[in-house]
Design a protein around this ligand. Sequence first.
Ligand code: SF4
Length: 140
Amino acid sequence: MKIAVSACLLGENCKYNGGNNFSAALAERLRGYEVIPVCPEKSVFPTPRPRVERRGDKVFNEFGEDVTALCSQGVAQCLDSLRTQAVDLVILQSRSPTCGVGTVYDGTFSGTLTAGNGLLAEALIRAGYAVLDVADFLAK
Ligand code: SF4
């Protein structure tokens, strides 16, 4: 079974602040599976970088700049790289404007959550992939 996973969950320092979201519980659960790291932001933004949040169909950074086109470019690159790999499942980091599944920050940079998907999650679901938020995967 092949599983694509948000790279920050695997310990890659690709988060906006240069850190990661490593999950030992996830690493344990992924043992024995072929794992493919994905990060739609690291190829189009520097790390560290300003925070970004989704607001409707657009993505803005914390300085109010519209970075939707760059995010979409990163998402397209991820989709291209996964297309040839027969991925069975995608597990994504919670609440991110690109990776979030079901819940994302609301674009006000106030820590407020709202219903919705990140751009990558949305594109993967639309393309027919099985996509899970990491918390939902670990709760199974
Ligand atoms: S874009 Fe996704 S994989 Fe990359 S740092 Fe953000 S949550 Fe992690």
